[in-house]
Design a binder for this molecule. Structure first.
Ligand code: NDP
Length: 337
């Protein structure tokens, strides 16, 4: 039976902070799945800061979204019709055709999920790409040793909260930064960080970080860039490692912003700054899945979610990322199973 799907399309390319006018809700009839295809009904979809980069028409590590076409991104769905052997209606899968309530996808691109005691949307958060980004960035690039000091920015976000807790599990002294008192309290009291800076109220960030890290920092996990990177460079110990995961403070800037004023610290302190894209490190998936499931089962890895209900509210959820409206993973819930 054919169905009509609802989808969010990119109507125009945002300049500066995206607004609702950049998106449109549209309908698309979907044919029945052919051999090797699945018709999935979306339960949850992810909105992520990196999607802002795909809204600009410029070459990057991933092609730009096309005007007038549905956006895409990570999603969890339930199979409604299957043209693939071994996948049955009712099965749960993770896939990349988010921003729509139903999608026709290649079965080869779908990953079957076995929730086994974990809420299924965790595969968009700690068990998904945000968790893997934290794992790769912190462990492969940050190489923290027990007793070292690790600083994580946007520490109450999807990636940051996982990176900070992995550092804590590894026996490091962990400092985070976040943009509200509620987030600061959770990071201190629940997630077990040693010190947390509210960068909105702290005043000079370098001074605040110096107070929180009297012995300097050995690893800086950067999600923000800007003043945060400046402060981390100022406090870096010799041979500190800086996994550069994201720089959200500049995603809505029209023109390139100046780099860190104190970049010479990289030479003075023999620092290693290394950017990364999580999809270049999929070899770590088995280790990541094993460790993350164990930490979750042992109660050592906590996470928060902000849930916005309804496909039509997905643009609002996405835009909210740039104002810190999410506490933990920003998710859009489309339907119950
Ligand atoms: P988050 O869940 O952390 O959401 C974004 C958060 O960033 C907001 O909640 C807000 O928190 C903070 N923020 C927004 N604007 C600013 C600003 N101008 N200055 C300081 N903080 C700001 O998002 P993710 O965990 O999904 O992503 C975190 C970072 O990691 C992003 O930069 C993203 O692009 C990057 N990323 C990179 C990957 C890679 O492969 N390299 C993979 C996945 C993510 P607050 O209230 O604290 O301000």
């Amino acid at each position: 039976m054919s169905v009509v799907a609802r989808e969010i399309r990119l109507k125009s390319r945002p300049e500066g902070l995206p607004g609702p006018e950049n998106f449109e809700l549209a309908e698309r009839p979907l044919p029945v799945p052919q051999a090797g295809q699945l018709l999935v009904r979306t339960l949850w979809m992810s909105v992520d800061p990196y999607m802002r980069g795909r809204m600009a028409d410029r070459p990057s590590y991933i092609p730009p979204f096309r005007l007038g076409e549905a956006l895409e991104g990570a999603a969890i769905g339930v199979v409604e019709q299957s043209g693939a052997e071994g996948i049955r209606p009712g099965d749960l899968v993770s896939h990349f055709a988010g921003w729509r309530d139903r999608a026709l996808i290649d079965a080869a691109s779908a990953i079957p999920l076995d929730p086994a005691g974990v809420p299924v949307q965790a595969w968009l958060g700690p068990l998904g790409f945000p968790g893997l980004a934290a794992y790769v960035g912190l462990l492969r690039l940050g190489k923290p040793k027990p007793g070292e000091t690790v600083f994580v920015s946007a520490a109450a976000g999807a990636v940051g909260a996982v990176a900070a807790q992995i550092a804590r599990i590894r026996g490091c002294r962990v400092i985070g930064s976040a943009g509200s008192e509620e987030k600061v309290r959770w990071l201190r009291e629940e997630a077990g960080l040693d010190a947390v800076i509210n960068y909105r109220s702290s005043g000079d960030l370098t001074r605040a970080l110096a107070e929180a890290a009297p012995d300097g920092i050995d690893v800086y996990f950067d999600n923000v860039g800007g003043d945060h990177l400046d402060a981390a460079l100022a406090l870096a110990n010799p041979f500190a490692r800086f996994p550069l995961c994201g720089m959200i403070e500049r995603y809505n800037a029209g023109a390139p912003l100046p780099g860190p004023r104190n970049i010479f610290r990289v030479i003075e302190r023999s620092l290693t700054l290394q950017g990364f894209i999580v999809s270049d490190h999929l070899d770590l998936l088995p280790d990541f899945a094993r460790d993350m499931r164990r930490w979750i089962a042992e109660g050592r890895m906590l996470w928060r979610e902000t849930v916005v209900e309804g496909l039509e509210r997905a643009p609002e959820a996405f835009i909210g990322l740039f104002a810190g409206e999410n506490f933990g993973k920003m998710l859009v819930k489309l339907a119950d199973r």
